[in-house]
Every structure is written in structure tokens, then in C-alpha cells.
Design a binder for this molecule. Structure first.
Ligand code: FDA
Length: 401
């Protein structure tokens, strides 16, 4: 007969849940990690284009969105990117920095999944996949967890069931429903790190540009990101756009600066290459299909030589190219979003331990919490760090009891 009592049960066998279960088990306590899907850590497997961007060496609290911008500090300080690199090294997993501090595996991301499962096994942790949790209730000595295969109980309960992005690989609102049931406030959720979609008019106008990318600064609300922008069949993507999407709210405009890496290029180009047309000059730093489309859209004198254009006209063109305001129709939504912005309110959790302020022994970790990282490995670093914070607390309290 299968064991039904554990010191700790973790719901969600993703990045945070497996890591947390491994730490609790390795501290010598019984732990069971449950997932309703048949495969664990699917997001780790598909992450980073199959090479898992597992952390970012520039991790610090201002790379995360949250109602409380200080909340993530404590956990992030106590489990750092180099701690995770040390763990990878112990498993013989090699890595490289791609760009902007983003660390990727040299090989496949499945090596990280295997590592997490091996770590769980090393601590004697139980893993139960394809198991639905139908109800959770608090009782005098912990929690009663009703599942499709009968009840389980545990002194400590960790919710690591993630956010809402990509439902077809297991995302569900489980964490939010449970948090609300136990009296936690929810910060309203929206898709983050997600491509924008165009209105029909814009879509028709940019249909030929699908696949074209350019360096740009993309701004949404208070945030500005200078990276690549990519036109898609439906709208805009690329790192700068994905980053900005986490700060965007429906109905707002985004602003694109296509001159970001070419300060005042038109008037200085007039001095340097007066016989070059404006259109040809734009094509020296933008893909020619894009510069052609911009000349048309922004009504620029593309065929006129720079030397024949008055400075005032060039200044006007610079303004248009550096503050191109676009109103997206929306985003591609949960189907393709990499993360969920919002979630279980940090006001109802301890930043040191991730424990609920309302229910003793109940913890929330990873993406279900209202802490959302930028693109580039920050979200996994939050998963590891918040998992470690909860596991350390649970292991310490079991030992103390
Ligand atoms: P995660 O989503 O990993 O795990 C939650 C688990 O809970 C899942 O296994 C799910 O099946 C399970 N679950 C859900 N509902 C349940 C229920 N009712 N009962 C039981 N189990 C349930 N981040 C990063 O830092 N670097 C990167 O390279 C990428 N790349 C990337 C690519 C893509 C395509 C996506 C969608 C996302 C990323 N991310 C990323 C984001 C990253 O994957 C994400 O932030 C972490 O996986 C979050 O870890 P969690 O463990 O909190 O949730």
C-alpha cells in the first residue's frame, strides 16, 4: 500500500516544486511531490529554446515585477545564481553565458529535468504524477489532501503549481483558487513575456514584414528595453517586445525607438553622405524591407538625397523614427505567454520563508506568487530561490519539533 502520510507534500512538480521537495527530502524528512500531469517539469524542458536559460548573473530585485518590489530580495539573497551553478557542476552540467548575463545549458534542458529528479530521489522524495488533487483542508496537525487515488495528509503543504501560461502543458489556476479559499488576496493576473498582436489594419500593413527583426528600444508604461524586435504574422515579438509586454495593459500604446543605437543619425549622415537618399540611409541600420515600410507609413521623403533635405525635415523624421507609437490589439495570451504577471499577494506571505500569514504550515513558491521576472533566466532563479526559502524553513521546523 502506498504511503499516505508525509512530513511535507508539495503540489506541482515543476521547477520550484521539484527543487523544494529535493531540499526537504535531503534534510531527512519525508516528502511527496504531486503533479496532475504525467510528465514533470515540462516548462524546464521547453525553456530557453530547449537549452534552459536557468538563471541570470545580474539577478537582483529590480528585475522583477511585484506589488511589493522588495519582497523577492530576501530569498534571492539567500540562494544565488552561483549556488545553482554549483549544483549543475555537481551533476556535470556545463553552461555558457549567451547575452546580458543569461546562462544556458551547453546541452539540452532535459539535463536539468533529470538533475531535479535525481535530487528528489537522493532525498528519498516520492513523486506522484498524473494525480489530481480534488480538495485540501487544514486540520489540527496539518493538511488533509484529497486526491483521485485517495486521501493523503502532511504537516506542511507547499503550493508550487505555477501560473496560467500554456494550459496545454498543465497550467492551472489551482494555486490561486487554493490561496483565495484560505483567505489570501490575489493580485490580478495577466499574460507576461508574450508577443503583441496587431489590429487588422496594422496586420495588413505589416504582413510582408513577418520574420524581419531590428534593434530597437521598446517602451511600455515606465519600462524601456533595448534589444531586438521581431515582426510576426500576428504582430510583434522579440526580446524587447516580450519584456515590454509584462508592463503593458490593454488599451495602452507602446513606443518604439528605431534610432536607439544611432543617436541623431540623420543630420550627421547628411554631413557624411549627402548624396545618399534617406531610404538608402535607413537601410544601412534597418532591414531594407522595414525601412521601405517605414518610409511609406511615416510619409518620409525616402527618395530624396540627405543633402537636399533641410535639417528641420530630418529632425522631424528622427522624431517619427524614435517615437513610433503603436496601439497593440492585444497579446497572444496564455497560449504563448512565458509567465503570469500577478498572483498570490506578497502581502499575505513571509518574504523570508514564503509561508502564509493566514495558515500555519502553508507555503506558496515559484510563479504562483506575485513575483514575475524579466526575460533571461530570472524566473527560474525565483523558482529556485523561493523553493529554497520554503524548504529551509520547513526542514528547520520539522527538526525543531
Ligand atoms: P511550473 O509551471 O514550472 O510548474 C508548475 C507545475 O504544477 C507543473 O508541472 C504543472 O503541471 C503543475 N500543476 C498545475 N496545476 C496543478 C494541479 N491542479 N495539480 C497538480 N499539479 C499542478 N524562465 C526562465 O527563467 N528561463 C527560461 O529560459 C524560460 N523559458 C520559458 C519558455 C517557455 C515556453 C515558458 C512557457 C516559460 C519559460 N520560462 C523561463 C518561465 C519558467 O518556465 C517559469 O517561470 C517556471 O517554470 C515557474 O516554475 P514553477 O515551478 O513555479 O511553475
Amino acid at each position: 500500500m502506498k504511503q499516505t502520510y508525509f512530513d511535507a507534500v508539495v503540489i506541482g512538480a515543476g521547477a520550484a516544486g521539484l527543487f523544494c521537495g529535493a531540499q526537504i527530502g535531503q534534510a531527512g524528512h519525508s516528502v511527496c511531490v504531486i503533479d496532475h500531469m504525467n510528465r514533470p517539469a515540462e516548462k524546464v524542458r521547453i525553456s530557453g529554446g530547449g537549452r534552459c536559460n536557468f538563471t541570470n548573473i545580474h539577478t537582483r530585485a529590480d528585475r522583477f515585477l511585484s506589488e511589493n518590489p522588495h519582497f523577492a530580495k530576501s530569498a534571492l539573497a539567500r540562494y544565488t545564481p552561483s549556488d545553482f551553478c554549483d549544483l549543475l557542476a555537481r551533476h556535470g552540467i556545463t553552461w555558457h553565458e549567451k547575452t546580458l548575463g543569461q546562462l544556458f545549458c551547453d546541452g539540452k534542458s532535459t539535463a536539468v529535468v533529470t538533475m531535479l529528479l535525481d535530487e528528489l530521489s537522493a532525498g528519498g522524495g516520492d513523486l506522484r504524477l498524473g494525480l489530481n488533487v480534488t480538495n485540501v483542508s487544514a486540520c489540527a496537525d496539518g493538511f488533509q489532501i484529497e486526491t483521485g487515488h485517495g486521501p493523503m495528509s502532511a504537516r506542511w503543504l507547499v503550493i508550487a503549481s505555477g501560473g496560467l501560461s500554456i494550459p496545454k502543458i498543465g497550467a492551472s489556476a489551482f494555486a490561486y483558487d487554493l490561496a483565495a479559499k484560505f483567505g489570501h488576496r490575489l493580485v490580478s493576473t495577466r499574460p507576461g513575456l508574450v508577443p503583441f498582436t496587431f489590429t487588422d489594419g496594422l496586420k495588413a500593413r505589416f504582413a510582408d514584414l513577418a520574420g524581419v527583426s531590428a534593434d530597437a528600444t521598446v517602451s511600455a508604461g515606465p519600462a524601456r528595453f533595448e534589444e531586438a524586435l521581431l515582426f510576426t504574422h500576428r504582430g510583434l515579438s522579440g526580446p524587447a517586445v516580450l519584456q515590454a509586454s509584462s508592463y503593458w495593459h490593454p488599451g495602452e500604446e507602446i513606443t518604439i525607438n528605431l534610432l536607439a543605437r544611432n543617436a541623431s543619425p540623420l543630420r550627421s549622415a547628411k554631413q557624411d553622405t549627402p548624396r545618399t537618399t534617406l531610404g538608402a540611409h535607413l537601410s544601412t541600420f534597418l532591414p531594407s524591407r522595414l525601412s521601405g515600410a517605414l518610409v511609406e507609413l511615416m510619409d518620409l521623403p525616402g527618395q530624396t538625397r540627405l543633402g537636399d533635405l533641410p535639417d528641420q525635415k530630418l529632425a522631424g523624421a528622427e522624431t517619427k523614427l524614435s517615437s513610433w507609437a503603436l496601439k497593440p490589439a492585444g497579446t497572444e495570451g496564455w497560449r504563448t505567454a512565458e509567465v503570469t504577471v500577478g498572483g498570490v499577494s506578497t502581502g499575505d506571505l513571509s518574504s523570508k520563508t514564503m509561508e502564509s500569514r493566514h495558515v500555519n504550515g502553508l507555503f506558496f513558491i515559484g510563479e504562483c506568487v506575485d513575483v514575475t521576472g524579466w526575460l533571461g533566466g530570472y524566473n527560474f532563479q525565483w523558482a529556485w530561490a523561493s523553493a529554497q526559502a520554503a524548504a529551509t524553513e520547513i526542514a528547520g521546523r520539522i527538526t525543531a519539533n
